[in-house]
Write a protein that binds this ligand. Structure first.
Ligand code: CTP
Ligand code: CA
Length: 228
């Protein structure tokens, strides 16, 4: 009887999604992190899988369960996330929802850093992490047909999102106000605007699962409109 069922809208498509924060070690007991919960990225992975896509989810350390029907690769650092993303390509669609740490300690101490009794804190030297979205965006061979980034901003949301769209060669940026008055990272809802070369789409404040469903439905429409 299965031949009587209509095919799911994303059957045969490979989606690559990043989610969660990254943790950047300082020494064996300490790390640099951020407030990302992974809820939005995980919800997108679940929504894409529910619509029939083959989904690879590359996730930083999160406290939420792996979504059903999704191949999950667990990583800790930005460098590990980049390696896992590269390994998972090619994909038809990539959605970079992870809050990748912008910096890591220039070297990870082999021993726990101790107070030296002087009352002076140790200096923490940072280096910039690789930009995963920009790396994929500029990749000649492995760039997905549709590349979606996020932009978490506390000010100048549209200007910053447009800048990221261009610099990283993304097709869409899901711009996300995370200023304390509105966004609050880690919550269950999200107010986003979809920024692309075609313009800006304002979405109302929605549950993250609903943002995920709309985004995935919009992607399915886009792929269909491309005849791809
Ligand atoms: N991103 C990434 N790798 C990084 C930093 C960011 O892939 N090292 C991706 C994020 O997953 C997101 C997009 O780039 O899809 C924008 O992330 P964001 O932190 O808003 O932008 P940055 O370029 O890091 O700029 P800034 O934090 O200074 O605003
Ligand atoms: Ca950043």
């Amino acid at each position: 009887p299965s031949r009587d069922l209509p095919e799911l809208p994303l059957a045969g498509r490979h989606f690559l999604i990043t989610s969660g924060p990254t943790h950047e070690p300082i020494d064996p007991v300490r790390y640099i992190a951020n407030r990302s919960s992974g809820k939005q990225g995980h919800a997108i992975a679940a929504a894409a899988a529910a619509d029939g896509a083959q989904v690879t989810l590359v996730s930083g350390p999160v406290a939420i369960p792996d979504p059903q029907g999704v191949a999950v690769v667990h990583v800790e650092t930005a460098e590990q996330m980049l390696a896992a993303v590269t390994k998972a390509l090619p994909a038809d669609v990539a959605i970079m929802a992870a809050a990748v740490a912008d910096w890591r300690a220039s070297s990870e101490g082999a021993q726990k850093i101790k107070k030296d009794g002087s009352g002076q804190p140790p200096a923490l030297n940072l280096v910039e992490n690789p930009d995963i979205l920009a790396t994929i965006g500029h990749h000649e061979r492995l760039r997905p047909r549709l590349l979606v980034g996020f932009a978490a901003e506390t000010q100048n949301l549209l200007e910053n999102a447009r800048g990221k769209l261009e610099r990283k060669r993304a097709d869409w940026i899901v711009a996300n106000d995370v200023s304390p008055e509105t966004g609050v990272m880690g919550g269950d809802a999200n107010t986003v605007r979809i920024v692309s070369a075609e313009g800006i789409e304002d979405w109302p404040n929605l549950d993250k699962t609903e943002v995920a469903r709309r985004l995935v439905a919009r992607i399915a429409d886009y792929l269909k409109s491309q005849g791809a």
